[in-house]
Design a protein around this ligand. Sequence first.
Ligand SMILES: NC(=O)c1ccc[n+]([C@@H]2O[C@H](COP(=O)([O-])OP(=O)(O)OC[C@H]3O[C@@H](n4cnc5c(N)ncnc54)[C@H](OP(=O)(O)O)[C@@H]3O)[C@@H](O)[C@H]2O)c1
Length: 211
Amino acid sequence: MGAVIDPVGPSALDPITVVGAGRVGRALGDNLAALGRRVRYAVRGDRVPPGATAVPVDGAARGAGLILLAVPFAAVGEVVPRLGLAPGQLVVDATNPFGVDTGGSPSGAAVVAAAAGDGVRVVKAFNVLGAEHMTHPALPDGHRPVLPVAGDDPAARGAVVELAAAMGFDAVDVGGLDAAALLEAAARYWGLLAFAGGRGREHVLVSHRRP
Ligand SMILES: NC(=O)c1ccc[n+]([C@@H]2O[C@H](COP(=O)([O-])OP(=O)(O)OC[C@H]3O[C@@H](n4cnc5c(N)ncnc54)[C@H](OP(=O)(O)O)[C@@H]3O)[C@@H](O)[C@H]2O)c1
């Protein structure tokens, strides 16, 4: 049985298993570790981040308060069922299904939820901006990158909003997981501005309110 996250709050989420130690996994893992969170990486092979704790992919969810999915979307179908997820556990899906067929599912997050199994709480977050904004999100002028968070379980969603805010993002609760398709499109929109629009990977979207 996985960690129970009701009542929720960032302190209830440790240890955090980051699945994938690539650009996104490392950047978010470094942010979380700097906050004092207990982070361990689920990796295949021997590419363990220096100084980090690593666990095998098989059974990596056991005992975790939060599982952060940061593998290529094409690997979701293979990796997620191997994690040993239990009902009640919280999976944060940071993947983007770029150029990969979601098999008729409305979003990549829906594919993750199906692979995770009944009762696992899937929250979409951290997917709308480049990895280079994930370790130290705040801009020099104090603005924070806007970070939408979607998931069907309000407590799980709220816990991720709270955690993302502590990590330095302008986290926004956008409701249920049916918003995930739009968040995945938002990642493409960030890329459109970065590449076709010439803003580069350094650009990030912030949300201002007109006074
Ligand atoms: N890069 C970005 O700016 C960005 C931003 C937002 C969201 N995303 C999304 O985040 C996810 C990760 O992107 P990334 O840029 O961090 O990718 P990446 O740098 O290529 O890292 C991918 C990680 O996943 C691992 N992995 C790949 N296939 C695996 C498998 N079958 N089993 C176990 N581990 C596996 C890799 O391990 P090995 O080293 O062993 O290959 C590596 O640690 C993707 O879904 C991407 O769309 C990326």
